[in-house]
Design a protein around this ligand. Sequence first.
Ligand SMILES: Cc1cc2nc3c(=O)[nH]c(=O)nc-3n(C[C@H](O)[C@H](O)[C@H](O)COP(=O)(O)OP(=O)(O)OC[C@H]3O[C@@H](n4cnc5c(N)ncnc54)[C@H](O)[C@@H]3O)c2cc1C
Length: 384
Amino acid sequence: MNNHSFPELREGVRQVVTAFDSRYWQEVDEARAFPEKFVTALTQAGWLAGLIPEEYGGAGLSLTQASVVMEEINRAGGNSGACHGQMYVMGCIVRHGTDQQKQDLLPRIARGEIRMQSMAVTEPSTGSDTTKLKTTAVRKGDRYRINGQKVWTSRLQHSDYMLLLARTTPLAEVKKKSEGLSVFLVDLREAVGKTITVRPIRNMVNHETNEIFIDNLEVPVENRIGEEGRGLKYILDGLNAERILIAAECIGDGYWFTEKASAYAKQRVVFDRPIGQNQGIQFPIARAFVNVEAASLMRYRACELFDAGIHCGAEANMSKLLAADASWEAANVCLQTHGGFGFASEYDIERKFRETRLYQVAPISTNMILSYLGEHVLGMPRSY
Ligand SMILES: Cc1cc2nc3c(=O)[nH]c(=O)nc-3n(C[C@H](O)[C@H](O)[C@H](O)COP(=O)(O)OP(=O)(O)OC[C@H]3O[C@@H](n4cnc5c(N)ncnc54)[C@H](O)[C@@H]3O)c2cc1C
């Protein structure tokens, strides 16, 4: 597989996303607005329901195909960060939900009637140390009462439902610290403004993300996903898919940057020749392209394993790390190639530069990936 595989799929996605041109992205970026028309168009075309099984009205794509969808969005200059949650958050319901939850939610998500693109895991005081999170869910009869605080809860203002991870058994009472956490489906339309207070976080990219304060939020038992106490496992089960899809977005960015840089290097004439004739300009672009291609191969390998139902924790993490590094290198090279013009918003480079930088940190930071590989693949001592 390579960057031309699945030509019809690529063409289908491109038909939708190329309608959203450079001007559109500059306007939403400047206004710090949610790219609502873009997300609606992708939803209506069915692309964001790619991973919903056909029996529930989705497209039933493989993860390989879904990764190509995300790659194409970013390769065309778009920002999947506004919509990737809609592609993968519902995976928790597909894998661990009851029949009732699946029948109720998945067809409506597939038809675009509801959005479930928000997932609240990270907390301000505990960060990457997820098992220490402090939000609690206490069962009283057939309801849970949830209290706590989350940070960086993205796309919440444009979601109807959110997944939330909370502790149901105190840390001191569990055998393993990964136990005693549970996942809940929260109906945001009922809760926001009442038991959930939302404080938007202005940030470096145009990414709708929030701090949330949860005060006596009541969730019926039937909105718990899977068994009580096994929530972290359910969230982790979905993370490989999330990492691979985000790797694909970085790969799309990487192609966008290298295509933009090489096109400019061919036409920009300084000292009476195209700047791309200088090896000091040409070689960094070529090297960045090599790294994007290599990351893409690791992405396809991770997808292949995932689609075959084989554990792919190492490959998913490696593809995310390689792709995030490759897109960041390509971003720097593209900016450098454009000289001063790279800083002008109308070239889109400074926006894409900011957007792709995020993936060194979220949804998992580079150090956490290296730590996983060091411990689980190379057998070195656990570092935290
Ligand atoms: C724009 C944006 C959107 C996000 N969206 C969501 C979302 O929708 N839902 C959600 O739940 N979260 C979301 N996040 C949170 C994101 O997943 C976290 O920011 C990320 O996992 C890092 O956690 P932290 O920010 O708490 O950093 P910390 O855990 O405080 O870490 C800070 C730095 O120290 C490093 N570090 C920490 N411990 C170690 C160690 N033992 N060894 C080496 N290095 C270490 C980390 O790698 C990191 O670089 C989002 C974040 C951003 C910025």
